[in-house]
Ligand binder design. Structure first.
Ligand code: FCB
Length: 425
């Protein structure tokens, strides 16, 4: 830790999302989301029961000493059927939460949408439907009008890539569609939603608006032309499809044939000026030339030769430096100040030296990127609490705080003490 020195105004934070921690899925008029449906066979997702226990969780944040807390609003609490007048009891919950966070001297960072699409909107086509973008802008306006007095930094959509690829292309996440490249229009509609929401939030007085985009450097499996071409194509799909439209107002050429007709007419709305660019980083991705009969122009390859987390992710801290420096090179002056809006790992137990080493390694990589000229302004650990990790359920433990799901007892881990010391330094 001694070598980790950051500017005095560097913003330290932690991140969570509504569906992964709140529970209380029937409380106070909340509607159903695609994740309630997708997990229906598991019964209600109680998660961390944060909806009822938020005062205890805010006390943990205060003890940790972070400057910022990134949370998300549950769309089905605000608009149970995805449209129309807001549900007052849903808004009241976020009033209570945000007031508590602010009273603790912590700046809330608001994610408008972290994957819990109202099921009624999915029934009408979900992110395959252009109209979902307009519905999203209405929802964002409601949040902006109510909460922009307390929330300074806003992120319209968490990781649109994951919704497109995991939700609509391969079906590992809700809504479970397996459209392969037929999922690319969901990227466009999420971008349009981001642009329209950015306008709506600004009109409501939001001061600072950015992204939380998932990015991975893509490494070719070998030196051959086929592997390099495959890696380049996968990079277009995972990275440039999501960064180019918002930062440059263009789409990578590889994607044009998969986008909805007339997509370029939306690019001026999509490329709204942003105050920051949020990057979520977990691991690099490997790619090889596709085998015979593969309908895709690439094949995924595991990254070998690195230690792995309990969630089987390779631990590659320098991938974060590589990513950030690559962004600076590609986007130049079009890249606003950067925040690492998520980074973290799953390891078991309250004694978690592996997590400390992970965080230290990745912060060293951030520092190196800053020395190389990347303007990084803050860093958010994923996550404050162990939580519901989507299709993997409760098994992966990403928290700085352990949660016993039988009793809901919270126990800060060794990594909590380590991060506390760092952010208080
Ligand atoms: C990210 C998600 C977040 C969490 C972490 C581990 O892709 O944004 O909700 O699941 O992965």
């Amino acid at each position: 830790m001694e070598n980790l020195t950051f500017p005095p105004d560097f913003l330290w934070g932690v991140s969570t999302s509504a569906f992964q921690i709140e529970g209380a899925t029937d409380a106070d008029g909340r509607g159903r989301s695609i994740w309630d449906k997708f997990t229906a066979d598991q019964g209600q997702i109680v998660a961390d029961d944060h909806y009822h226990r938020y005062p205890e969780d805010v006390a943990l944040l205060a003890d940790l000493g972070v400057g910022a807390y990134r949370m998300s609003f549950a769309w089905p609490r605000i608009q149970p059927n995805g449209g129309g007048v807001p549900n007052p009891r849903g808004l009241d919950f976020y009033d209570r939460l945000l007031d508590a966070v602010c009273a603790a001297g912590i700046s809330p960072v608001g994610t408008v949408y972290h994957w819990d699409l109202p099921q009624a909107l999915e029934d009408a086509g979900g992110w395959l439907a252009r109209d979902t973008a307009a519905r999203f802008a209405d929802y964002a306006a409601i949040l902006g009008e109510r909460f922009a007095d307390r929330v300074r930094m806003w992120i319209p959509i968490n990781e649109p890539m994951v919704t497109t690829v995991y939700g609509y292309a391969i079906g590992e996440y809700a809504p479970g569609k397996t459209l392969l490249l037929g999922a690319v229009p969901t990227a466009h509609h999420q971008h349009l939603a981001h642009g329209l929401a950015t306008q709506a939030l600004r009109a409501a007085g939001a001061e600072s608006i950015g992204t939380a985009n998932h990015h991975s450097p893509v490494w070719p499996a070998g030196d051959g032309e086929g592997d390099r071409a495959a890696a380049n194509w996968l990079d277009a799909l995972l990275n440039r499809l999501f960064a180019d439209p918002v930062l440059l107002g263009t789409y990578p050429d590889e994607m044009h044939e998969h986008l909805p007709e007339g997509f370029d007419g939306d690019l001026p709305v999509i490329a709204q000026p942003l105050d920051f660019y949020g990057v979520n980083y977990y691991e690099p991705q490997g790619a090889a030339a596709p085998g015979e009969g593969n309908p895709l122009p690439f094949e995924l390859r595991p990254i070998d030769g690195y230690p792995r987390t309990t969630n089987d992710s390779p631990i590659v801290p320098d991938g974060l430096r590589e990513l950030l420096v690559g962004f600076r090179e590609r986007y130049g002056e079009a890249l606003p100040p950067v925040y690492i809006t998520e980074n973290g790992c799953s390891f078991d137990g309250v004694h978690d030296p592996e997590r400390i080493e992970f965080l230290e390694g990745h912060l060293t990589a951030v520092r190196a990127a800053m020395s190389a000229g990347v303007d990084v302004r803050g860093y958010f650990v994923w996550s404050l609490l162990d939580n519901f990790e989507w299709s993997k359920g409760y098994a992966p433990r990403f928290g700085l705080v352990q949660v016993d799901y039988e009793t809901q007892r919270r126990t800060p881990k060794d990594s909590f003490a380590w991060y506390r010391k760092l952010v208080r330094k």
